[in-house]
Design a protein around this ligand. Structure first.
Ligand SMILES: Nc1ncnc2c1ncn2[C@@H]1O[C@H](COP(=O)(O)OP(=O)(O)OP(=O)(O)O)[C@@H](O)[C@H]1O
Length: 244
């Protein structure tokens, strides 16, 4: 990483096409921590991700958004979007190094190969995305995001297509690979949130509610009694949010 990871703060009303989508947000992710967003489908999680990533679109903020070092986010964010957005005509390897190619830099293909091997995709470098399973495509998108070596990383449902065991393994790998980065994780999986997050918010019509997490620091063991209790409590909160 070429840059110290700054913290993120976002306060105010999230707008979509000028209308309030989520009022009164108060999100703060300290430097090097993982902040996690949970909430019902369509509530606005990806919209926040796109806002933080600085993408063009209908999203906006009536309030303040910035970094703890005051340098802003431009050029410092890597986003793994929900759809993965792989180039269908490019090989797995070329998809992973596309960021460097687009910037006119020399692609680090050996590093990309090593990353793909770590993600269980060794031997698939020459395949096209269309010849991969959904879970394999998701891991290619994760490899591409990790290749960016950005201080701020947004992961939008990064492991949703994976089987339970692979999901745990990829959470472990992501926690290791992104140590020291400031990460915004969007997920529907309460166990994932409890394992990985330092701070967690439940988004709903009324805004963002901060959720309790076990006192032990992440990465938390999936079978730790405190992890399991927090997962169950979170699930109950999500049930309540869905019924509201
Ligand atoms: N490009 C867009 N133009 C207009 N509205 C949009 C656009 N993208 C998303 N929306 C709307 O914004 C709202 C929030 O969408 P968003 O994708 O942020 O939800 P989400 O919480 O991430 O949902 P999910 O869990 O299903 O991914 C939804 O009502 C959606 O229809």
């Amino acid at each position: 990483m070429t840059d110290q990871a700054p913290g993120l703060h976002l306060r105010g009303d999230l707008l979509l096409d000028g209308d309030v989508l989520l009022p009164g947000l108060a999100l703060e992710v300290p430097p090097g921590a993982w902040g996690c967003l949970l909430g019902p489908s369509g509530v606005g999680k990806s919209t926040i991700g796109r806002l933080v990533a600085g993408l063009p679109g209908p999203q906006g903020l009536r309030g303040r958004f910035g970094t703890s070092d005051g340098h802003g986010t431009a050029g410092r964010v890597a986003l793994m979007a929900q759809e993965g957005q792989l180039l269908p005509w490019a090989s797995v390897l070329e998809n992973v190094v596309i960021g460097a190619r687009l910037r006119g830099q020399r692609p680090e293909r050996d590093r990309a190969r090593a990353l793909l091997a770590d993600l269980g995709l060794g031997g698939m470098e020459r395949r096209r995305p269309g010849a991969l399973s959904g879970g394999q495509r998701q891991r290619v998108a994760l490899a591409r995001t990790l290749m960016e070596d950005a201080p701020i990383v947004i992961l939008d449902e990064p492991f949703s297509a994976l089987d339970a065991a692979t999901r745990l393994a990829m959470q472990d790998l992501a926690a290791r690979a992104l140590a020291g980065r400031t990460v915004l994780l969007i997920t529907h999986d309460p166990l994932e949130a409890v394992r990985l997050a330092h701070h967690c918010w439940l988004l709903g019509q009324g805004g963002a509610i901060a959720l309790d997490l076990p006192p032990a620091a992440p990465l938390r063991a999936h079978d730790d009694p405190q992890t399991l209790a927090a997962q169950a409590a979170l699930l109950t909160r999500l049930q309540g949010a869905a019924a509201a």
